[in-house]
Design a protein around this ligand. Structure first.
Ligand code: CTP
Ligand code: CA
Length: 468
């Protein structure tokens, strides 16, 4: 095993942008800023324009450059006005480039300039604790991190972000329910280095509270798997966005890394390698995948509908005799999504033994026989005096059941009402390895299929990662 410090040193090289990259991104940021200034000219409600997020904090990941720019508005204007002006300025800023409207707590404009993703976000220009919209804290986060972070801490934050990204737990959005970029920075601020964060995380337990302003926090105030207070607003729990599964993964990968450090924790597996891992999985034959098209909708709404539908479909499968080991929802976050189910078997026995009423309960027994006689293959009395019978199941293949459920021919199918009509008209079901054909055209499926199908090696296994 290589010396842990040596590995982290090598990783520092991996995550540090080159001076050329810094320059290039800096240039794009300046262009964005001047375009946003230009777009907001003459709008008196705009107080100022500020670059923010990981770009301004110097903690951006070099393979995922994103520039956030905040348009700070007078607190006197209404929410509607803020949204309307924010979108207007965002659109103007990115006119001539690819852009779309995204929704967080309120809408913002996302676009691409060269290789960088750009977010133009409206917020109120307010002092701490006078928050009006959720985005208002952001410029204060940026200010805090800029004040506290030297070049060394910036690299430590980048290390932590990359580590979490490779482990599949980076990002607080509902799709991931992991740790946000800002959480990484807060952790580095508290513990002082990447390694110190990982060592502390390895010892975390469910319900633990992490706070850098020790004094003020009441232990019972929040009830989430991990509690991480926001140093600019102690009433906000940054840990609220982290699911139990991702909190546990954070603890596990940290423990594993301290015991068995490796550079693999900082290197993402290529899509090709991921595909290979799927191809060679012994459990591929137990997989059934549904892919469908739908109208675009806001991300929180989409993921809410997908996750609810996934859970209900699992219930339906189980109700009909299938054993579901694992499941997942996946999406391109535009107009294609899917469900993935790993089953004990894609086909269950075609015939099924059922226990009827006791033979001496004459009325029940008669009704049972009247109702079922024609459909039963075999009837006998068991030692418990009950009428036993063997009946052929109408559906014994998972894909047939899913087809019925998704077509909407079975009432209460499980698909969320507002998604049902979209799904009904446009879905495909893939059994086992049939899914391989679709991975190229639907690369967004790869991560999730891999997640269901393989062991998370960074949590449980050897040094080599098998998924990100
Ligand atoms: N933010 C927040 N809570 C979240 C997500 C975002 O407070 N759950 C705020 C933070 O102030 C953050 C800013 O919104 O800095 C921008 O969000 P995001 O782009 O997700 O984070 P970055 O810090 O820019 O990190 P990166 O883009 O590198 O992931
Ligand atoms: Ca960002």
């Amino acid at each position: 095993m290589k010396d842990i410090e040596k590995i982290i040193d090598e990783a520092r090289e991996l995550v540090s942008p080159t001076p050329e990259q810094e320059k290039e991104v800096g240039k794009i940021a300046e262009i964005i800023k001047s375009r946003t200034l230009e777009a907001s000219k003459g709008i008196d409600e705009v107080h100022s324009i500020e670059l923010g997020g990981s770009y301004e904090k110097g903690t951006w990941l070099k393979d995922h450059v994103e520039i956030d720019i905040f348009v700070k508005f007078s607190p006197k204007i209404s929410r509607r006005k803020l949204e309307q002006l924010g979108i207007e300025i965002g659109k103007k800023t990115l006119s001539g480039h690819k852009w779309s409207l995204r929704y967080s707590e309120h809408p913002y404009v996302e676009g691409y300039l060269d290789t960088a993703r750009v977010n133009v976000v409206a917020c109120y220009d307010v002092a701490p604790d006078k928050w009006i919209s959720a985005a208002d804290r952001s410029p204060h986060h940026t200010k805090l991190i800029k004040e506290k972070f030297d070049s060394k801490l910036k690299i430590e934050a980048r290390l932590l972000k990359k580590f979490l990204k490779v482990c599949g737990i980076y990002g607080a959005e509902i799709k991931t329910q992991g740790l946000s970029g800002y959480v990484c920075e807060v952790l580095i601020l508290k513990y002082g280095s990447f390694m110190a964060v990982v060592e502390a995380a390895a010892k975390l337990s469910e319900g633990d509270t992490i706070t850098i302003n020790e004094a003020t926090i009441r232990k019972d105030k929040f009830n989430t798997p991990l509690v991480i207070t926001d140093p600019v607003d102690l009433n906000r729990n940054l840990g609220a966005a982290i699911s139990s599964e991702k909190a546990a993964t954070f603890i596990l990968v940290s423990r594993r890394f301290t015991k068995s450090p490796s550079l693999s924790y900082f290197k993402e597996t290529s899509k090709e390698n991921q595909e290979d891992l799927i191809k060679t999985s012994a459990l591929l034959k137990n997989l059934v995948t549904v892919i469908f098209n739908h109208k675009p909708r806001t991300l929180d709404v989409l993921w809410g509908q997908l996750k609810r539908s996934e859970k209900r479909l699992v219930k339906q499968l189980e109700k009909n005799g299938f054993t579901v080991w694992r499941s997942s929802a996946a999406s391109d976050e535009d107009n294609s999504s899917g469900f993935i189910f790993l089953l004990e078997s894609l086909e269950i026995p075609k015939i099924q033994v059922r226990k009827g009423p006791k033979a001496d309960m004459s009325e029940d027994a008669e009704t049972f026989l009247e109702k079922n006689h024609d459909q039963l293959e075999l009837i006998w009395i068991g030692s418990d005096m009950r009428i036993n019978s063997v009946k052929e199941k109408k559906i014994w293949k998972a894909e047939v059941l899913l087809n019925e459920l998704l077509k909407g021919t079975i009432r209460d199918s499980g698909v969320a009402p507002r998604l049902k009509d979209d799904v009904k008209n446009d879905f495909n079901i893939y059994r086992g390895k049939e899914v391989l054909k679709t991975l190229r055209t639907n690369p967004w499926l790869i991560d999730k299929v891999l997640g269901v199908l393989t062991t998370h090696e960074l949590s449980f296994g050897e040094d080599k990662p098998t998924q990100n």
